[in-house]
Design a protein around this ligand. Structure first.
Ligand code: ADP
Ligand code: MG
Length: 710
């Protein structure tokens, strides 16, 4: 007999993690359909919240209902049968229901099986839009009503006669079916929903019990406010949002705590190299840059590794700041790395940084998947390489640093937490500096990047003229080209950008190539033109970029590979083809490629019909403002926070129902509680926190290395 002690199974309750398949009325076939809704387990089903609610609780007498209104009535089935229309041979099932004050006819079209559903004498509730019975020319009719059959007056109503939940559906599963299954789940599992939140947190934040939150959010009792329900602000929504945020913040708090425990020797910085760089720059640092460099210096001279995020709009000059930090590490004989999201950007950083420090005799190396020189890899390994620039090729197994002490991750929004972890492993508790141009409100940033210290560069270099943005429709293309020509004549350069979307890559690539040909042959035969896209080999790309940077190419036609980071101050026009196909963040990044020098720059948005409402809003805000913060806010409004933050790819637990914007107050409260909680019980080892710990682990899964608590 085994005598090992089993760890107590104090799960959220194991049954909630069961496959939905075993719920009565589901089975393997429907379980497959549920998967499409992201529902695998019973718990997934419980957190599949109604997308809206309908008030079908206001029962009327048939004599009181009005044509054109959505009404709910109850009555007795008086007659039922199938009629066949003569013209279209359509089978219509008709049900006549009376309540003593009048009768109403309900019709179902081409659903002859409905006749098996009803029996004469049954009590039913119907809900739907009332119209005049056009066969008789009088009397009321409802087509395809929602219905409910009442066998027994003590029956719980699900579909009518109450506030009814309407769910996100998928083909093969209707809201009606989901309601029935949800009811079954609540009947069988509600008692297993135990409340893992400590009672003081529940009380402090006036949160309702979890089990009641689930039952009431699916089947609200009559006194609930339908307005609050429909705006996702009911007390049930608040409880569930709090929980989602609480676990997110708990994970972040733990990670922060873990990181604070890490140690490495403090750097000794006299700043000689950094000073040489700054003295050689053709410009003066902005005070925001100086401040952030100082903050970084403070981190590097402390005995704990730095974990800092630099937020700053496109063009604010993050590269020099990062480079200054790198030089401080190099001064201490360490190696440094920059990881960029695309090859082009890595290449650009490489060229740029090499020229910025060309007097310092340091070894700078570029490593991407298409450029992996054996010699270079060796230089990384034996410590000769001072600065290693690359894509995620940097975090592959075959790259070993001798003494990496600082890793810079550029354009964090393109990477996730996982990559951050991977690059950390390349050194011994290295300093991490993350840079992002995705402007988000500070409170949100604190919460989403809650484990990082944050610096903001809130100032653009002086002397920049705001970019003028204009929207053109296809027929006005000649005007746009005229502006391009005018700029080139004045010695400026121009980008023409083509969208490239994965699904239609071939077509898009062809379009970009054809456009390049067309511009070259028919429009600007007198100018030099370059074509850049992802399929071009690295050396070729490098040459094209170099030619563009050094002014030998006048017009660079490119796909979005140049989206981030590219820096050619002489370029003053950005013409974006099919601007309606780009997202706002992308448009803003693209536009940030111009306006980098002292020249008036232009962003020409070429739009083609049909233009969706959202696309129109995107283009309009682009024309209206250059402010990344305003643009981000509009983006949030258009897309909603789930999409905006892309939590899926960021490696954070996904927020299923909480809404970072709508629920910002709840987020702040949850964050405060989570950080206090970790302060009190850093290992989550108190017995009363066991179930909470289990849930935390489930939520974060492998997304977080929670060494501390496992
Ligand atoms: P981003 O923050 O978007 O990464 P970059 O670091 O690429 O911006 O800088 C954009 C441009 O501004 C570059 O040409 C850079 O040399 C220049 N720049 C950076 N700091 C300053 C400054 N203080 N004054 C003038 N130009 C600057
Ligand atoms: Mg940059």
């Amino acid at each position: 007999m085994k005598t090992t002690l089993e760890t107590p199974k104090k799960n959220l309750t194991p049954q909630l993690m069961d496959s939905i398949q075993y719920i009565k009325g589901v089975g393997p076939r429907r379980a497959e359909l549920f998967k499409r809704l992201g529902i695998n387990t019973v718990e997934d089903a419980l957190t599949h919240l109604p997308r809206r609610y309908e008030d079908r609780g206001n029962l009327k007498k048939i004599s009181q209902i009005k044509y054109g209104e959505i009404e709910t009535i109850s009555g007795i089935v008086k007659a039922a049968g199938i009629n066949v229309t003569t013209r279209k041979r359509m089978k219509i099932f008709e049900l006549v229901v009376g309540d003593g004050t009048g009768i109403i006819t309900a019709k179902w079209f081409n659903q002859p099986y409905m006749k098996n559903v009803f029996k004469i004498g049954q009590k039913v509730i119907l809900n739907g839009k009332v119209k005049m019975n056009n066969y008789y020319g009088y009397g009321a009719e409802i087509d395809n009503p929602e219905y409910e059959i009442i066998d027994d007056d003590s029956d719980v109503l699900l579909h009518t006669g109450r506030i009814v939940p309407i769910y996100p559906e998928t083909s093969g599963i209707t809201s009606r079916q989901i309601r029935v299954i949800m009811k079954t789940i609540l009947d069988t599992h509600q008692s297993q929903i135990n409340d893992y939140l400590p009672s003081n947190i529940l009380e402090q934040n006036k949160l309702m019990p979890l089990s009641a939150a689930f039952s009431e959010i699916h089947f609200p009792s009559a006194e609930k406010d339908i307005g609050l329900l429909n705006s996702g602000r009911s007390e049930m929504h608040r409880r569930l949002a709090f929980d989602e945020f609480f676990f997110l913040e708990l994970g972040l708090a733990l990670r922060k705590k873990d990181m604070e425990k890490e140690k490495r020797d403090a750097l000794k910085i006299n700043g000689e190299l950094t000073k040489q760089l700054i003295d050689s720059l053709p410009f003066k640092l902005t005070s925001a840059q100086v401040r952030v460099i100082d903050e970084i210096k403070g981190d590097l001279t402390s005995p704990h590794p730095m974990n800092r995020l630099i937020q700053g709009d496109v063009g604010c000059g993050k590269t020099v700041v990062a480079l200054s930090a790198m030089l401080m590490a190099i001064e201490n004989s360490f190696q440094t790395a920059i990881m960029a999201p695309t090859e082009i950007l890595a290449e650009q950083h490489y060229l740029n940084i090499k020229s910025l420090i060309n007097k310092l005799s340091l070894k700078v190396i570029l490593l991407t998947s298409s450029r992996k020189d054996k010699e270079d890899i060796k230089a990384v390994e034996n410590g000769e390489a001072n600065i290693v620039i690359g894509t995620h090729a940097l975090i592959q197994d075959d790259i070993r640093f001798k003494k990496l002490s600082l890793a810079v991750i550029d354009e964090q929004h393109k990477f996730g937490v996982m990559q951050r972890g991977a690059i950390k492993k390349k050194g011994y508790n290295p300093d991490i500096l993350i840079m992002t141009a995705t402007p988000i409100p500070r409170t949100l940033a604190m919460s989403v990047y809650g484990d990082l210290d944050i610096s903001v560069i809130d100032e653009l270099p002086p002397g920049r003229t705001p970019i003028k943005t204009m929207k053109f429709y296809k027929s006005h293309r000649p005007e746009a080209f005229k502006l391009v020509k005018k700029e080139i004549l004045q010695g400026r350069q121009c980008y023409v950008i083509y969208p490239l979307i994965e699904e239609s890559e071939k077509v898009d690539l062809k379009a970009a190539t054809e456009m390049a040909e067309h511009i070259k042959k028919d429009i600007f035969p007198e100018y030099n033109l370059g074509l850049l896209h992802g399929r071009i080999k690295t050396e070729e790309k490098e040459k094209i970029m170099k030619d563009f940077k050094e002014g030998r190419i006048n017009i660079l036609v490119s796909t979005t590979v140049i989206e981030v980071g590219i820096d050619v101050p002489n370029a003053s026009v950005m013409l974006i083809e099919h601007a309606e196909r780009f997202g706002l963040a992308q448009l803003h990044q693209l536009r940030g490629r111009v306006g980098r020098g002292q020249y008036q720059s232009y962003c020409l948005l070429m739009a083609e019909y049909p233009l969706s409402d959202d696309a129109k809003r995107r283009l309009d805000i682009m024309v209206k403002t250059n402010n990344g913060f305003d643009i981000a806010e509009e983006d949030l409004n258009i897309r909603g926070p789930g999409e905006f933050f892309g939590t899926r790819q960021s490696g954070l637990p996904e927020l299923k129902n909480a809404n970072i914007l709508r629920d910002v107050k709840i987020l702040e409260a949850a964050r405060k509680e989570a950080f206090e909680f970790i302060k009190k019980d850093p290992l989550l080892s108190m017995p009363e926190h066991i179930s909470l710990k289990t849930v935390l682990k489930q939520k974060w899964l492998e997304k977080l290395e929670m060494g501390a608590i496992s």
